[in-house]
Design a protein around this ligand. Structure first.
Ligand SMILES: [Zn+2]
Ligand SMILES: [Zn+2]
Length: 163
């Protein structure tokens, strides 16, 4: 049998190259989060805490301030639209699920719930003529009547599929 020992340094180099080659090209992954807090205007918060001079009629920069004082900026998507347009949600204690992107505080919202009287509530919009759910206020896709905000306790009963 022939001796292949002279090859081993090449294998070591090859293994090192393969293991070292990955991290440079790997894109860091977004982080899944569940945040408890309230909707705030981040611009106004920065004005209050850090004296940022805002222009007279500033454009609101909506985001969430968590119970432990962290700020996240909402990305505007179909699932987060309600947070921007429905001011009733600004009064509520919310549980917001979503993804935060690497090296940012940008939040992609995937789920919104509220806490009322210590009970977690599901939040959605509903047309009671067509029995259609929607994720944001506006007119029903079917009958064009405005959908209404529903805040429903999330308990054992609500495991039954929603209307
Ligand atoms: Zn504002
Ligand atoms: Zn309808």
């Amino acid at each position: 049998m022939r001796n292949f020992n002279w090859l081993s340094p090449f294998f070591i180099v090859l293994v090192l190259l393969m293991s070292g080659a990955k991290p440079a090209t790997e894109v860091p992954k977004p982080k899944d989060v569940e945040l408890h807090g309230k909707i705030v205007c981040l611009a106004e918060e920065m004005h209050t805490h850090y004296k940022v001079e805002l222009s007279g009629e500033h454009e609101h920069l909506d985001g969430v301030k968590t119970k432990d004082g962290k700020y996240y900026t909402f990305l505007r998507t179909s699932l987060s639209e309600a947070l921007f347009v429905d001011k009733r949600l600004h009064e509520k204690d919310l549980i917001i699920n979503g993804r935060v992107f690497p090296k940012t505080q940008l939040l992609e919202v995937t789920r919104i719930r509220s806490i009322r009287d210590g009970v977690v509530h599901e939040l959605y919009y509903y047309c009671d003529t067509c029995y259609i759910r929607a994720v944001a206020p506006g007119n029903c896709d079917c009958c064009q009547a405005p959908v209404v905000l529903i805040e429903r306790p999330l308990n054992v009963d609500s495991l039954i599929p929603s209307p």
